[in-house]
Design a protein around this ligand. Structure first.
Ligand code: HXC
Length: 259
């Protein structure tokens, strides 16, 4: 649906890019002309994913990085510059979480998820900022959150707080960095088929059918649905879009709020 040169000449760094939604976004970006750096804690998985994208004709590389560690994030940004010469798009997609009632969650469990999701996103934005500012296309930051960060998330207070924090972080940076030519947006996916989150939250517990019924569109989302939104936000088509939260959830949160 996008022309093949939609992202031509741009470089994207995608955290958690070796699997799932991150890899789907990387794959779409590479197909549409971008060079992509996949970063993840599992170097082998990220390398294999990058090789797959190269076999499909894309420009891709991989680098090990735990987003909790700012030095590793700055190294990943430096590796992107060294390999591709620029950084135009940052996708903060890396996430970690688990279901646990708040009363049973240890402080370290809470801190761990905040560290990966929220602090990791700040690290990415901070390390990328000078390079995004220097981008000849204008910089673009896209962070993957969820409307559960707005509505609250019983059973996942750590992720609710982290994702809500990323929304606020993104709106803050959209204003602060607008003058630097950097657009800052978020995407809120709903239940997306074939992802670790859906498997752990709904499939394993047998809640799949009832979860699908909670969406207005009555179906699981596809990873491509999220990738298409990420292409739009990274592209010139969204040149005047900043501080937005693009909800890609089949109408789930609205249906829950309206019912
Ligand atoms: C209760 C748990 C727990 C669980 C870990 N902890 N898992 N508490 N229930 N199921 C606690 C530990 O006991 C420990 O606290 C603290 O959390 C840190 O755990 P570690 O295992 O030492 O951390 P680490 O090895 O760094 O692993 C991080 C992780 C892990 C988030 C816990 O699950 C992970 O690496 N996940 C990455 C992949 C991932 O989660 N992807 C999901 C994306 S899907 P104590 O006090 O004992 O020291 C998605 C959609 C939603 O985002 C998914 C459903 C909510």
């Amino acid at each position: 649906m996008f022309t093949n040169d939609t992202l031509k000449g741009r470089t994207a760094l995608i955290t958690g890019g070796g699997t799932g939604i991150g890899l789907e976004i990387a794959s779409a970006y590479a197909r549409l002309g971008a060079s992509v750096m996949l970063v993840g804690r599992n170097q082998e998985r990220a390398q294999e994913a990058a090789e797959g994208l190269r076999r499909a004709g894309g420009q891709a590389a991989a680098c090990r990085c735990d987003v909790r560690d700012y030095d590793q994030v700055t190294n990943a940004v430096a590796a992107t510059l060294a390999r591709f010469g620029a950084l135009d798009i940052l996708v903060n997609n890396a996430a970690g979480n688990f279901v646990c009632p708040s009363a049973e969650l240890s402080p370290n469990g809470f801190r761990t998820v905040i560290d990966i999701d929220l602090n990791g996103t700040f690290h990415g934005c901070h390390a990328a900022h000078p390079h995004l500012k220097a981008s000849r296309h204008g910089g673009s930051i896209i962070s993957i959150i969820t409307m559960r960060g707005v509505t609250g998330w019983p059973g996942a207070i750590h992720a609710a707080c982290a994702k809500g924090g990323i929304l606020s972080l993104s709106r803050t940076l959209a204003v602060e960095w607008g003058g630097d030519g950097i657009r800052v947006n978020t995407i809120s996916p709903g239940p997306i088929a074939d992802t670790e989150g859906v498997r752990r939250m709904y499939i394993e517990s047998g809640k799949g059918p009832s979860e699908v019924g909670k969406t207005a569109l009555g179906r699981w989302g596809r990873k491509a649905d999220v990738a298409n939104a990420a292409v739009f936000l990274a592209s010139d088509l969204a040149d005047y879009v900043t501080g937005a939260n693009l909800i890609v959830d089949g109408g789930r949160w609205l249906k829950q709020a309206a019912d």
